[in-house]
Design a protein around this ligand. Structure first.
Ligand code: ADP
Length: 320
């Protein structure tokens, strides 16, 4: 293998840049050339790509987002779109691909592999931490830290005004961000899609807290479980409490990546290059119990990535 292609695809996540840097520098270290593809699979189809060198990844280790940009490409989901992509892959002499993204991005690359045999390795990059085959995805830790920071700030106001706050966080169908940030931030209730919740119980807990002199409460809601506004409305209906609702939204995606995300991004990016050089394909790199591992994509795509139920129970006990 002499020349590899690199792209980021799907939702952006902090640490993607750190991973781009690792892939490019590791590949060049081993004498490979790297073609950077801009705007995910759209860049393939439109030939929006070009060579990268050591300097192209200077000063990006601590920057959120992705210098290669990312996009969702409907055209790549069609045979005709992928045929165009493959023409450009051949034109640019790309012999293997590193795809930094989520489940959808890996699906696209593995279909391309099935159709044309181009080797590909996936690197999990998404704030949602919802990918099987890895304990952590790149961007999750930064997003959790952002949410904890927001909880800290909102708690100051919640305490001063003796109020109940509802905070809605991202995660798509996963409750991982809410669970980790809720435990770290000491939220009184954590609502996640993986575990059914009962609004009456949540309200009773609020009342119990007030009885024992609690000045404030924070209900953390994963977007996949309910909308924050709806929870606020239901609390009002049940016990007449006015709540303040904050939807953190896209604040959670960007920002300078944490050291954890940078280190993870570096290790995973480097491993992806090693796998391509070893002739591997259709694998995703990940971290399991602190070790960097490679998992077959058939064990990753569409497979559940369950939450840690013990952590959920612990958060419940500690917020009693
Ligand atoms: P993520 O990678 O974060 O899960 P998406 O699900 O939006 O994000 O997927 C990113 C891109 O991957 C899509 O815009 C599309 O170009 C490609 N993709 C997703 N699913 C498929 C599919 N079934 N076939 C071909 N390409 C796909």
């Amino acid at each position: 293998m002499q020349r590899i292609g690199l792209l980021t695809s799907g939702g952006d996540a902090s640490g993607m840049n750190s991973s781009i840097r690792a892939v490019v520098r590791k590949a060049i270290y081993h004498g490979l050339e790297v073609i950077g593809i801009r705007r995910g699979y759209s860049g393939f189809i439109e030939a929006d790509m070009g060579p990268m060198n050591l300097g192209s990844v200077a000063d990006i280790i601590g920057r959120g987002g992705t210098i290669l940009h990312t996009a969702r490409s409907e055209r790549f989901k069609t045979k005709e779109g992928r045929a165009l992509a493959m023409e450009n892959i051949q034109r640019f002499g790309i012999q293997g691909l590193v795809v930094i993204g989520g489940d959808g991005s890996f699906t696209g690359a593995s279909i391309l592999h099935q159709e044309y045999g181009i080797p590909m390795i996936g690197v999990p990059g998404t704030i949602d931490n919802d990918i099987a085959g890895t304990d952590y995805t790149i961007g999750f830790d930064t997003a959790v830290n952002t949410v904890v920071d927001a909880i800290n700030k909102i708690r100051d106001t919640a305490t001063s005004h003796e109020r109940t706050f509802v905070i809605e966080v991202m995660g798509r169908n996963s409750g991982n961000i809410a669970l980790a940030a809720g435990l770290a931030g000491g939220a009184e209730s954590i609502l996640i899609p993986e575990i059914p919740f009962n609004i009456e119980e949540i309200c009773q807990k609020l009342l119990r807290g007030i009885k024992r002199g609690k000045l404030h409460s924070i209900i953390l809601v994963a977007e996949g479980a309910a909308s924050g506004i709806d929870i606020g409305r239901q609390v009002k209906e049940q016990i007449g409490f006015d709540t303040k609702v904050t939807i953190l939204g896209h604040l959670q995606r960007g920002g300078t990546p944490t050291a954890f995300d940078r280190i993870l991004a570096a290790r995973l990016g480097a491993k992806a290059v090693e796998l391509l050089m070893a002739g591997e394909t259709n694998k995703m790199v990940g971290i399991k119990a602190g070790e960097i591992v490679a998992t077959d994509l058939t064990e990753v795509i569409g497979k559940p990535s369950p939450i840690n139920k013990n952590m959920y129970e612990l958060a419940k006990i500690l917020s009693i």
